[in-house]
Design a protein. Structure first.
Length: 241
């Protein structure tokens, strides 16, 4: 099932499916397989070219630098070494920035998964051998049609989540981690500054102090005792005179 014609002829031989079912499966699978095939080929060229440049250049640059250490080295050899070093750095940067290696593996894995799922459905093997649906009926392409379409779309959506949604969530989480404050304790935020402390000290309190119990009575007794002592002193002085 390496070409679209093989896929179309294989589904045309399924007589238990309706014309609409065969057309929908062929159109959907042809579109998906053709898209994944083209993208996988493009990423394969970029992946192998970048890896070849990085591997060969990493081995060639040290050897060329050892030749350039001589005083009578050729200027062309110097610029040739510089070009190889720049190509290695650029290839590594592009490979990392666009994640070509991850997309290369992801596209090929998804394409092979779709092919395997289609082959299982055509042969009524694996998950389509009677496991799905009611076990009272013999598995056919018609009663397994809904499960096959669901599985194809599940594979497609899983690849979309891995390629776009999860990647966006990872980048967003990295941004949040980078901008996360070092001190998360709210108690550190509420500590007053020296200027605030001065303001708090200078501000008079509005609460009224309650008098202590028994203060008035003690003062009265003290005053009476002092008056008696003064009278005794006066009487003693008068008696002496």
């Amino acid at each position: 099932m390496q070409s679209i014609d093989d896929l179309e002829s294989a589904f045309n031989a399924l007589n238990d499916l309706t014309v609409q079912q065969r057309a929908s499966i062929k159109n959907r699978l042809q579109f998906l397989l053709q898209e994944y095939r083209c993208r996988a080929c493009c990423y394969a060229v970029l992946f192998y070219l970048a890896r070849l440049t990085i591997t060969v250049g990493s081995l060639a640059v040290p050897a060329l630098l050892s030749i350039n250490l001589k005083a009578d080295s050729d200027p062309f050899l110097y610029w040739f070494t510089w070009s190889i070093s720049l190509a290695v750095t650029t290839s590594n940067g592009i490979l990392t920035l666009f994640k070509i290696d991850k997309r290369f593996f992801s596209l090929h894995a998804t394409m092979e998964r779709l092919r395997s799922e289609t082959w299982q459905y055509l042969q009524l093997s694996g998950r389509y051998s009677g496991i799905l649906g009611t076990s009272r009926h013999r598995p056919t392409h018609r009663n397994q049609y809904v499960y096959f379409c669901t599985q194809v779309e599940r594979i497609r959506m899983k690849h979309i989540d891995d390629e776009y949604v999860k990647q966006a969530e990872m980048e967003e989480s990295n941004v949040k981690v980078q901008h996360k404050p070092l001190l998360e304790d709210k108690r550190d935020v509420d500590v007053p500054t020296p200027a605030d402390q001065i303001t708090l000290i200078m501000t008079p309190t509005t609460e009224k102090s309650e008098p202590l119990a028994g203060t008035h009575e003690e003062n009265k007794k003290t005053a009476e005792g002092g008056a008696k002592d003064t009278k005794k002193g006066t009487d003693a002085v008068a008696a002496e005179v």
